[in-house]
Design a protein around this ligand. Sequence first.
Ligand SMILES: Cc1ncc(COP(=O)(O)O)c(C=O)c1O
Length: 402
Amino acid sequence: MELRLAEVFASLRSAQAQADAPLCAYVYDLAALRRHAANLADSMPDGCELFYAIKANSDRPILQTLAPLVAGFEVSSGGELAWVREHFAEVPVIFSGPGKLDQELRQAIEQDVDCLHVESLHELQRLADIAGRAGRTAPVSLRINLTVDKLAETGLMMGGKPTPFGIPAQQLRECLEWLRAHPEIHLRGFHFHLLSHQLDAAAHLQLVAAYLAQTRRWCEDYGLDIDHINVGGGIGVNYRQPDRQFDWPAFSAGLATLLSECGMPGVGVRFEFGRYITAACGYYAMQVIDIKRSHSKTFVVGRGGTHHFRTPYAQGHSHPFHVLPIDAWPYPFPRPEASNDTVSIVGQLCTPKDVLAFDAPVESVRCNDVLVFPYAGAYAWHISHHDFLRHPHPAQWYLPVE
Ligand SMILES: Cc1ncc(COP(=O)(O)O)c(C=O)c1O
């Protein structure tokens, strides 16, 4: 994951110089995104496909950059499906998510999604009813909530224990028996997404190995003929220690070995990454409005806050940031500054929860400097409560693909 800080800083400086109010912006580096996604797709072993989970960031320029590089988009709502189809009529789409409405199942069939990931027997029954009425066959993968031996948990678990996601493996037999009597459903494979925030390449390889081994057993036990397994997304970004990121080269090399030893002939392996594809291309920037001491703590108040950039609060971390010095100072009185201090970075909301970074050491930060938060391209703007307090939305721009 490449960060091109010099280019981002230059574009922020030039925007700040022209602004007539403190700056608050998202900047996305599409050239870095393209290189990163191309590298991921190119370094996957034969038989693997990379989909992008658009929930992480569904902005059109992001999708336009990724569309030629990935095998397709994973969507999790009728709204995401409509958005993709409006702009990318031909891109293959796979459809996940709990609580799909009948209307969404119908839309998925009409829009020719490549595969629906079904979350329960009841959903399967509703889908069969809808497909039958339309005279169509629905391609599905069953999303299974698998119990995996010695599963190393991360901070965000979607399975491996009681959760609303997927079909517990104990209910698989019943689903498969039901499927035998319903040719309007075509079982294409199995889908797994047990966790997100995975930072450990070896642990993730073990998880993929467990999915493969289990799928092979089911195919043998039930005489199934499937064409792929989807091993989900889940690769994390190390916000706490940005210089220690997921070891992608080790993972892709290990995956090649795993597939050559334990792959199933004719069964492809799909990935649907969100965070790991887009996090590093985005930056959230806020200009410092105030710096104050309160009960022996230093608070740096920036323009914006968690209503724009909810990622740190959502994940409970102190987000890394850079201080971009801005030398201009428009007032006749001294400039507030914190130097060689430990600070909290907060926003403009009237809640003590509006904190983007805490216990953060800084050499120097002054009012009017710009704080730049990297790794803000995924689950950032799109998961934030934009309209709380009716502050204006941040500017957004894209550094072009060269
Ligand atoms: C079914 C499914 N697939 C893929 C993803 C993407 O996960 P990540 O962004 O961790 O790669 C999610 C995220 O919640 C998901 O629920």
